[in-house]
Design a protein around this ligand. Structure first.
Ligand SMILES: [Zn+2]
Length: 239
């Protein structure tokens, strides 16, 4: 005779799905997606396209942006599309933000976050919770690595938690013609490799006026070779 098992299945402790729901199949969950690429690869354009496609299905979205540089928070693409967005502040709890919308009677079916590299790890955890528990579809867009070629904290947490990782396929080219992968910080013609990560948000500050960013391939990021011609001004900003 088989022994009667009195202790719970030890693997239950690893499952986030309550045992009571097990017989009825897995409950629906949203998905946390991260779309990443170097600056100028079309992240904001894709964010707005996804918003448009979702809205056409009658779904309601919450558009968020971290470290918006315009003063009036928006998600804007180089193709001229603009949507208003909510600025995410450093200590903002994104779960509480969505609950607050619900309590006012506003539907939220999906969340789009631009400049998601600047989110804190805790805020990325909150987005995962919204996908799992509130069944929201969450779309994050951002840079993977900073000017030191190290992951931004928000991007690192997204790589750890996201259901889907999507490298944006619009190719940004280095001056040499190879795919550009690194966002080099350039000061007085030299590639800078140390300093404050979040200087990227402050490109208008007076003391950073000579700082610009240039997308380089790995070879030229490593060697610091910025090419024979100066880049145009479009690469002063970071989307
Ligand atoms: Zn190159």
């Amino acid at each position: 005779m088989e022994p009667i098992i009195t202790s719970p299945d030890p693997t239950d402790a690893l499952s986030s799905v309550p045992a009571a729901g097990a017989g009825r199949g897995l409950p629906p969950t949203g998905r946390l997606r991260f779309f990443f690429g170097p600056m100028d690869c079309g992240k904001s354009t894709l964010a707005l396209q996804i918003d448009h496609n979702q809205a056409r299905q009658g779904r309601r979205g919450l558009l968020l942006v971290r470290h918006d540089r315009s003063g009036t928070p928006t998600i804007s693409s180089r193709m001229g599309l603009v949507r208003h967005a909510l600025e995410v502040h450093e200590d903002m709890d994104l779960c509480a933000l969505v609950r607050e919308h619900w309590s006012r009677g506003s539907r939220v079916d999906y969340v789009i976050v631009d400049e998601a590299q600047f989110l804190s790890a805790e805020q990325v955890d909150q987005l995962a919770e919204l996908a799992d528990d509130a069944h929201l579809e969450v779309y994050c867009f951002g840079l993977a690595t900073d000017f030191r070629s190290a992951l931004f904290p928000g991007s690192q947490r997204l790589f750890e938690l996201a259901d889907e990782l999507n490298a944006i396929q619009v190719e940004v080219l280095c001056w040499c013609g190879r795919p550009g992968r690194f966002n080099a910080r350039v000061h007085d013609g030299d590639v800078v490799r140390a300093g404050d990560t979040v200087l990227v948000a402050d490109t208008v500050a007076a003391d950073t006026a000579e700082v610009r960013y240039q997308v380089l391939c790995r070879t030229h990021y490593r060697t610091g070779d910025l090419g024979p011609h100066p880049v145009d001004d479009r690469q002063l900003s970071l989307t």
